[in-house]
Design a protein around this ligand. Structure first.
Ligand code: NAP
Length: 279
């Protein structure tokens, strides 16, 4: 019987996940399919209960359900429980779902070569992706000093509180407005907001060209568009710029292994195809 996998979220127009997983299932000759299950917020609970009774082997969870899905899980891996968000679910037996957070793994992958030089970090945003980014960074490196800047300062403060429960690092928070007078330079700046994609594709979350030095890394978790205005805004600086594609592939690889107990066949992905293909 064909195994069933997929992704739940809303909206799901621009996801590359079906391409990433179906390409690997085909390559490894696994009898499985990965589909989009777009679930509107109004019918979330009803649709999730229906999904639970269906024969789904596993699925990814994306915006806006990474936290909302938690009450439907029967088990959560400890780190995902700490982060309070899940992006991967595996059905372990009939009606028994276990949740994982593979964003933590995906986030850090493109930074591996730079981590030794990174100490001062600016995180823009304080939602689910920001939390995963902070947990991932602070678990990886003790010496990091973190600044979180967010439109809603209360959400940045909430994120800080959840982090200081687990880490001893220096963590500061600012609103976007307060950030205008800060003259610090950061080794790593990460945009974790959705400013730069979809309806917000003509905006940037924060002007950062005065906040970088010649060895800074600027990382935008958005992968579609390939180059956001945020990344473009520092293109004249000759610094390292990373979009969200490596994170997306990293988290997908880890989800694939959780579901299939097999290594993702990384060599099959031609990243240039992502932006050429229609999904
Ligand atoms: P979320 O929990 O809804 O958080 C959204 C964040 O963006 C909040 O900090 C919010 O600020 C801020 N924000 C939203 N609209 C804004 C605006 N108009 N101006 C300023 N700030 C705004 O969403 P999420 O799950 O963290 O996802 C955020 C982004 O990360 C998305 O673009 C998603 O695609 C990306 N992501 C990428 C990957 C990957 O694999 N590459 C994985 C996960 C997420 P407030 O607190 O003020 O509302």
């Amino acid at each position: 019987m064909t195994q069933k996998y997929g992704i739940i979220g809303f909206p799901l127009d621009h996801t590359f996940s079906p391409y990433i997983h179906n390409t690997a299932f085909n390559f490894l000759k696994i009898n499985a399919r990965y589909d989009k299950f777009e679930i509107p917020p109004i019918s979330f609970e009803k649709d999730i209960s229906r999904l639970k009774s269906e024969n789904i082997n596993g699925f990814n969870v994306t915006v806006p359900y990474k936290q909302k899905i938690l009450p439907f899980l029967d088990e959560i891996e400890p780190i995902a429980k700490k982060v309070g968000a899940v992006n991967t679910i595996k059905k372990l037996s009939k009606n028994y779902w276990k949740g994982y957070n593979t964003d933590l793994y995906g986030f850090i992958q493109p930074l591996r070569g730079y981590l030794s030089e990174i100490k001062n970090v600016l995180i823009i945003g304080a939602g689910g992706a920001a939390k995963a980014a902070c947990f991932s960074l602070l678990s990886e490196k003790k010496e990091i000093e973190l600044t979180i800047v967010n439109r809603t300062i209360e959400n940045a403060d909430k994120l800080r509180t959840s982090l200081i429960d687990s880490f001893k690092n220096i963590i500061t928070t600012h609103s976007l407005l307060q950030m205008e007078i800060i003259q610090m330079q950061y080794d790593l700046i990460v945009n974790t907001t959705n400013v730069g994609m979809g309806k917000l594709s003509l905006q940037i979350p924060l002007g950062v060209s005065g906040l970088v030095h010649k060895n800074s890394v600027v990382y935008d978790l958005i992968y579609n568009p390939e180059e956001t205005l945020f990344l473009q805004s520092v293109s004249n600086k000759n610094i390292i710029r990373i979009n969200g594609l490596q994170m997306l592939i990293g988290q997908a690889k880890k989800s694939f292994s959780i579901w299939t107990d097999k290594e993702y066949p990384y060599q099959i992905l031609d990243e240039n195809n992502f932006y050429k293909s229609e999904f």
